[in-house]
Ligand binder design. Sequence first.
Ligand SMILES: *Cc1c(COP(=O)(O)O)cnc(C)c1O
Length: 400
Amino acid sequence: MSHPTPALHAALAAATEDQIVLDLAGIADNLATLRRELPGVAVRFAMKSCPLDAVLACLAERGAGVDAASPREIAQALRAGVPIERIHYGNTVKSDRDLAEAHRLGVRDFATDSPEDVAAVAAHAPGARVFCRLATDGDGALWGLSNKYGCSPADAVRVLAAARDAGLVPNGLSFHVGSQQMTADAWRRALDRTAETMAALRRRGLDVTRVNLGGGLPAVGYTDRHGRPLDPPVDKIFAVIREGLERLVEVGGHPLEFLVEPGRYLVADHGAVRAHVARLTTREQPDGTRQRWLYLSVGKFNGLYEMDQLQYRLVFPAHADTPRLPAVVAGPTCDGDDAFASDGGLVEVPADLASGDPVWVLSCGAYALSYLTQGFNGFRPLPAAWIHGAAPTRREVPGR
Ligand SMILES: *Cc1c(COP(=O)(O)O)cnc(C)c1O
């Protein structure tokens, strides 16, 4: 299980107001680890997982690119210093206007998964390179992304043949095994499908040169809905991916260009929220039992959206040694879903918590900033801060 780096720990301890803190040094370390595990695979950070300029710049300086999903993301990545040739449009959902704008900004690589989208890309980004997304079942992931995207191997052949006929360059395949994928077998199945599709494409005279492994690589610091460590088999996942890539090169009969689009894996464990206690209460519930509730200043609508599937690990820095009692943990808004999964486990919290006491929420660097609401019930979107080793903390209020 991961722990906050000493630098992140110090930044949380120094914070007197609620905020999310990202540790760029930790994120850069994860990028280095990923490159050691998957040598030669180009990294395209899925920026929706942490759309902060400082994070984009940190990764771009180290040679990573960006998987963007809209013209505004593309424009932000460019402003943060990501070179255009390392930015691709990885969203299969694109309006005509989005396509034209992305093309104007200089993007030349687009994900696709339907003949309708291919026709639109050909019309608004003529001559572009396209990669076709294959569907996956999403099994084994905390958030499967199964039905909305991707096509079958047979449809992929039709889609890429249509792309060629429309004057595009159909040069790749991609997939996404689902976010926080917990099983190595999901990659094995997806890579098998990719190999099968590559062989079918070759029979149609279509030669794929790029394979995009998508996202889904897991964070290591989460606990599940019941508070148990998730403990994903990261080493096994990387081993299965390496084997799969070798198989694809055999099927392809020539060297291939590989890409990976990590989001969560790079940032989740190197971000944490400094929140505070709103109130610890005990109330009789409708079923007659008495239940303790810990209401925090931060919840589902101001940073912790993924509490539907997770219990984030909490640290109570002012109460290291006081007795603990079980409580339901919830956010501050007037919404019943703004709580750690109600069918999940209770959390052991200090019995003497007082309003205003600091609480640190660990491993929430992924998807916190992108899921902030404008201010549900008037609770402020979390300001973001970042550190790099011992460098002083800077702040910005996310201005979107
Ligand atoms: C969201 C997304 C990713 C990143 O997913 P993670 O599970 O955070 O790694 C990668 N690629 C695409 C196309 C995505 O939509």
